[in-house]
Write a protein that binds this ligand. Structure first.
Ligand SMILES: [Zn+2]
Ligand SMILES: [Zn+2]
Length: 251
C-alpha cells in the first residue's frame, strides 16, 4: 500500500518536472531527447557511428576502393549495401550485441539496417518492390553453442520496420566457422556446398508471390569478402527465379 502510494507520488513529481528522461539504447545514458528522430541514441553514440554514405563500389556498397568484386567477377548477388564501416568502435558494438543478445540492441541494430535500406531504397527497388526478407543461417552446432543467430534476429527486426515479411530460405550444411586459419582458396571451396535450400521456405514464397523474379533481401551482420552472401544468393536463385540483394549491418 505504502509502496503504491510512493509510486504515485513519484509519478506525479515526474510529470510536474516535465518529460521523464530517456535512455540511450546503446550506452544507457539519460538524455532529454534523442540525437536523431529514427534512432534512440544519445549524441555521443550517434557521433561515433561511421555511416557508409558515399559508395566506391556500386556492387558491394563499399566506401573504399574494392578489389573483391573485380576479382570475383559475375555474382548472383545483385548488390549489397551496408549501414556502417566495420571499424574498431563498431566491432565493439557488435561484440556487445553478440554477448548480451538482448532485444534492446537488436532493436537498435535493426533500426540501423533500416536506415541503410531507406538510404539505398532506389537500388533495392530497381526491379520492383522487395517481396521477402531472409537471413544467412548458422550451423546447428553454432546455434547450440550460441543460442541465437544474430542474422536471423536482425532480419526479423528489419522486416517489421520495413513492413516486408520474413522467411527462412537457407540452412547451413556444416560449420565453416574456423575460416581464419584457411587460405582464401580453401575458404571459397569450403563455402561452395555450405548452404542448402530450406524446402518449406522456398515452396512457400513460390506459392505466395505472384511476380517473377521474386525480389529478396538477405540480411547478415558483417560483409567481409562477400563470399557468404554470394553463395547464399546462388543457392536461392538455383531454386527460384529471384533477384537476391544483400543488406548487412557492417562492411
Ligand atoms: Zn549513448
Ligand atoms: Zn565491391
Amino acid at each position: 500500500m505504502i509502496n503504491r502510494l510512493w509510486e504515485r507520488l513519484v509519478g506525479a513529481g515526474e510529470s510536474l518536472l516535465g518529460a521523464p528522461t530517456m535512455l540511450c539504447m546503446y550506452c544507457r545514458a539519460s538524455v532529454k531527447r534523442y540525437a536523431l528522430p529514427t534512432l534512440s541514441l544519445c549524441a555521443r553514440c550517434v557521433n561515433v557511428i561511421p555511416w557508409i554514405e558515399v559508395l566506391q563500389c556500386e556492387h558491394c556498397g563499399r566506401s573504399e576502393q574494392c578489389t573483391d568484386c573485380t576479382r570475383r567477377g559475375a555474382s548472383r548477388l545483385c548488390l549489397n549495401r551496408s549501414a556502417v564501416k566495420y571499424e574498431q568502435g563498431m566491432k565493439e558494438w557488435l561484440a556487445a550485441y553478440k554477448y548480451r543478445r538482448n532485444e534492446r540492441l537488436n532493436g537498435l541494430f535493426a533500426s540501423m539496417l533500416h536506415t541503410a535500406y531507406k538510404r539505398n531504397e532506389h537500388d533495392y527497388n530497381r526491379s520492383g518492390a522487395i517481396h521477402w526478407v531472409t537471413h544467412v543461417p548458422v550451423s546447428k552446432e553454432r546455434m547450440e553453442e550460441r543460442g541465437f543467430n544474430q542474422a536471423e534476429q536482425l532480419a526479423k527486426g528489419f522486416g517489421v520496420l520495413a513492413a516486408i515479411p520474413t522467411v527462412p530460405l537457407l540452412a547451413r550444411r556444416r560449420d565453416t566457422a574456423k575460416q581464419s586459419y584457411k587460405s582464401r582458396a580453401e575458404r571459397l571451396d569450403d563455402l561452395k556446398d555450405a548452404f542448402a535450400i530450406d524446402e518449406a521456405g522456398i515452396k512457400m514464397i513460390l506459392k505466395k508471390t505472384v511476380m517473377r523474379p521474386i525480389n529478396i533481401v538477405i540480411i547478415d551482420d558483417v560483409y567481409t569478402t562477400g563470399s557468404t552472401l554470394h553463395h547464399c544468393a546462388k543457392t536461392i536463385s538455383d531454386h527460384a527465379e529471384a533477384n537476391v540483394y544483400g543488406l548487412t549491418w557492417a562492411r
